[in-house]
Design a protein around this ligand. Sequence first.
Ligand SMILES: *[C@@H]1O[C@H](CO)[C@@H](O)[C@H](O)[C@H]1NC(C)=O
Ligand SMILES: *[C@@H]1O[C@H](CO)[C@@H](O)[C@H](O)[C@H]1NC(C)=O
Ligand SMILES: *[C@@H]1O[C@H](CO)[C@@H](O)[C@H](O)[C@H]1NC(C)=O
Ligand SMILES: *[C@@H]1O[C@H](CO)[C@@H](O)[C@H](O)[C@H]1NC(C)=O
Length: 620
Amino acid sequence: MPLISAPALNSRFTQLVLAAACSVVLLWLLATSYDVPQRFHVPGVPSWRQSGTAKPPKTTPTHSTPAGDHPIDRLIASAQKDFDALLTRETHTLEDAARAYRRRRGRRPPPGFDKWYAFAQNHSALIVEDFFDQVYDDINPFWGVPAKQIREQANTYIHRVSVRSGNVTQRTDIPQRDWMDLWQDMIATVIAEGGWLPDVDVPINEMDESRMVVPWEEIDGYMATERKERKEVSVEQLKTEYHSLSDLDIHPPADFDPGFNGIGPYWPQVVVGCPPESQAREAYIDTQFETPPPLPTGFPDHSYEGYVQNWTLAKSPCDNGHLQGLHGTFVEPISIANTKKFFPLFGGSKLPMNNEILLPAAMYWTKDPFYSGGDSHGTSWSSKEDKLVWRGSASGGRNKAENWIRFQRHRFVSMVNSTSVALAESGLTPPNFVLPSSDSYPLASAGAVAPWLADWSDAAVVHLLCFPNDYNLPTCPYTDPYFHVAKALPMSAQYSAKYLPDIDGNSFSGRYLAFLGSTSLPIKATIYNEWHDSRLVPWIHFVPMDNTFADVYGIMEYFLGNDRVGLEGHDEVAERIASAGKKWKERVLRREDMLVYVYRVLLEFARVCDEGRGSMGWAG
Ligand SMILES: *[C@@H]1O[C@H](CO)[C@@H](O)[C@H](O)[C@H]1NC(C)=O
Ligand SMILES: *[C@@H]1O[C@H](CO)[C@@H](O)[C@H](O)[C@H]1NC(C)=O
Ligand SMILES: *[C@@H]1O[C@H](CO)[C@@H](O)[C@H](O)[C@H]1NC(C)=O
Ligand SMILES: *[C@@H]1O[C@H](CO)[C@@H](O)[C@H](O)[C@H]1NC(C)=O
């Protein structure tokens, strides 16, 4: 769904906003009690994290190299080691790349690997086998399902891109779908630029939201089969050709029912994709979204002294059961069309428990400046303002009077809003967030976060996406007291600020690559996986943030410091990460790199669909 941009403020509207601003304090007083913030019990979360009254245990980051005395310094030093290690795994020849493949995947590379490699080289791609880990997370379970079944399901799915003898075609249910066109173009470009693809059908999720959650136990069974059958076929037995799919075109298989079900709630359908021992499987099911959000006042789960140390873990709803009440995806998605059947379906992003096969998101292939930011990447660091800027619609799901207090974009904007934080610091209970306790985060700004925020924070929604309401109106009766609707800012204007938070909307946030490629510093919170995850190293290429946003003040205080209390920041560290992220984006997240990724995933998918897959491979 394209985001809705706000019309320019007219004077009548400005008056309304001013009136709303004047009455807000009164409304707040009416709407809240003077009690200290309630304590919310989140099952499975240790009580010190919930109450924030007890000190968390001191831990060390997973592999520590103290380099500065702030936890973020230590996280950066540790991330640098991870990144250096990743770089040592770069391969420079076809033989090296094939060896790295066999070592990491336990099989021979698929037929056509040499052509894939030549394509990657011709496109100046940096090749590290780890960059393709997502391909195997996504495709391996299919080795546990008969090839014929996968092939036929892929062929009958209504929305699909097909390759036949090098011709790329598309089929969908209406005359034109933008995302389908973009993905078709992405695949056709592989061939147009010298690649070779076998016959393959690529069934595509035409919706923004990911839609398949197969029970974990079922996938585990397929993975066990995959592991059992995984082997390096001897050269004598090797089959190096793919079958053509022409007989599917001559004798189309019977349709199958993908089993999409539009009935919520969503969370119980999603947790079945989590491992049985995971926190989310054990957590109670939250259905009361009118109650205050289940936010800890202490350090976020799994953090290192309050900051993200394991990005995979921090993002995972399976390991953070409280996210069921803190993210629009679970509180109330715009549309649910979920299936627990396992069949091939490609998409641009997914939750860790979804079973789609990822492609680079179509949004990343578009040249539309709304997502790409156009050709402007911002000016030099020193000419930027020491500010954080965020603009976006209040998306994330269907927010309503009775559930908006659980939505992530609303929460983020409130938490960096000086006025709302001032109210919270004066002892009132904010409706949609909790200030982290100063016992856990030793902030220099503690107790006076609000005036400090006023110095640097510029976050606002451009549309409140009220429900039910007329979407032509950006305002909203139940959220107007808490939010000022601002004019949209083009990305190039946002780049005049040093700090660019990036928060999930209805699914992943499509501007992320543009932010990474800018001269500003992205601060990222998400629950979604994307094709590029294993290419990006948190704290080296971007700043990771917890989905509760409890760490946002600590992160900003580390980078900006606080003049009001004489605290120095780490501007040079921010600049270094911003610039490293940009350079790396220009090195491994280019359009060419998307092609190299698509090429690889399609070779693997074509192999797993092939009757002869068990003995197929590249001979070299
Ligand atoms: C590929 O497409 C072209 C143009 O539509 C057509 O003439 C040709 O026969 C197609 N080739 C195959 C093998 O389908
Ligand atoms: C190399 O890349 C160029 C430009 O993308 C393309 O035209 C050419 O066909 C490619 N050659 C090979 C061997 O992939
Ligand atoms: C990070 O968390 C993931 C998911 O729980 C886990 O598989 C991985 O081993 C962790 N990484 C480190 C370095 O601890
Ligand atoms: C900040 O919060 C106050 C109080 O809730 C509200 O009136 C104002 O509109 C908010 N500002 C923005 C930019 O949302």
